[in-house]
Design a protein around this ligand. Structure first.
Ligand SMILES: [Zn+2]
Length: 83
């Protein structure tokens, strides 16, 4: 499990994407922890956002600000040739 910081964005940057409010806490079935890029609150626990293909903006349940999942450039660079 890796602790990842979300990418903070402003409301005008949502650009029609689905907004998902993580609320008090969102717990997945395996993956990483994600923290709000605005206030540092843990938004998502044990989930792999890289596997979610839909464009989603994550709204912090604490400060109500918007975040994008962090880029997965490391995986894209190494795993591209395997598939
Ligand atoms: Zn926040």
């Amino acid at each position: 499990m890796i602790e990842r910081m979300m990418i903070p964005i402003q409301e005008y940057q949502i650009e029609g994407r689905t907004v998902f409010n993580t609320g008090v806490s969102t717990v997945g079935k395996g993956g990483d922890d994600y923290f709000c890029g605005h206030c540092g609150r843990k938004m998502i626990h044990n989930m792999n956002l890289a596997r979610i293909e839909a464009p989603v903006v994550y709204q912090c349940g604490g400060c109500q600000c918007y975040n994008l999942p962090p880029e997965v450039e490391a995986e894209a660079g190494t795993a591209a040739s395997e598939t």
